[in-house]
Design a protein around this ligand. Structure first.
Ligand SMILES: O=C(O)CCC(=O)C(=O)O
Length: 263
């Protein structure tokens, strides 16, 4: 594993970091196949995010439970090890896997957002984002360095179809128009190759996608600290939380959110 950090950014200081060559070509190929399998066999959290009739952008969650390649990358090898190092813990909780698929010609972006407000959890958690295809244009992940130290903004609905967020009043301020204020926001755009990883503090503002010149598959795995607790939010969170017993101060069920000891 070549885990050279590029750009000298760190999750602690900047809320975002780029690690080269975290997973090799064989595992990347297995994961591209896994995404195609999931598209053909969608799970309960599968969504088409793009508007009807447009080249598709799709996503699904929690496929570690039935797709071997996703289970292995999330639970074994360099990812949980790196997560434990960044979170500063011995064990980590596998919070969520989420893949994204953008078809050639699709133009639906993942808008600027933070991962934090979608989850009734504290403290912050870590997202490891891995491109599995060469990034087809200026559509890779980009992040506002240092934004993990700032405000938490309202969650943004990604889907043009079935919602990914629960209904309810959004009491937080909307995410600012980051692309319109280049002097205010320090936007970091890592130049990633397939198999690289971009690490994001859950409070870091980030975006991806846009007009894709070719198929673009990527995978995000989110890891939480073992001392993570539920914190009820006065705003809507990700729809899947309705399936879980969420109680103020409670802990995550290890059946649904396995604890991993990377060793
Ligand atoms: O790759 C994408 O389109 C979005 C990824 C992302 O925002 C995330 O996983 O939090």
């Amino acid at each position: 594993m070549n885990t050279a950090n590029t750009g000298n950014l760190t999750v602690a200081e900047d809320g975002v970091a780029h690690v080269r060559g975290l997973i090799g070509p064989d595992q990347q190929a297995l994961l591209r196949d896994a995404i195609e399998y999931c598209r053909a066999n969608p799970g309960p959290n599968f969504r088409t995010l793009s508007p009807k009739g447009k080249p598709v952008v799709q996503s699904d969650l929690f496929r570690w439970s039935d797709v071997e390649a996703i289970r292995r990358v999330a639970m074994e090898g360099p990812l949980p090890r790196l997560a434990a190092r960044v979170l500063g813990t011995e064990d980590v909780i596998l919070l969520e896997d989420q893949w994204f698929y953008s078809a050639t010609g699709s133009g639906t972006p993942s808008p600027w957002h933070q991962d934090h407000p979608y989850h009734p959890l504290e403290p912050w958690f870590l997202t490891i984002w891995i491109p599995l295809d060469p990034v087809p244009g200026p559509v890779g992940i980009r992040a506002v360095a240092g934004s993990h130290r700032g405000d938490v903004y309202a969650p943004v609905e990604f889907s043009a179809g079935k919602a990914t967020l629960d209904a309810g009043d959004i009491v937080l301020r909307p995410v600012p128009a980051i692309d319109d204020e280049p002097d205010t926001f320090r936007v970091y755009v890592p130049e990633t190759d397939p198999g690289d990883a971009v690490l994001l503090d859950s409070r870091t503002l980030h975006a991806a996608g846009g007009l894709c010149g070719a198929t673009f598959r990527r995978l995000s795995i989110r890891y939480a600290r073992p001392d993570t607790r539920f914190r009820m939010r006065p705003w809507p969170v990700a729809a899947f939380w309705a399936e879980h017993d969420v109680e103020e101060g409670g802990t995550l069920s290890p059946i649904a959110f396995p604890v991993i000891s990377p060793g």
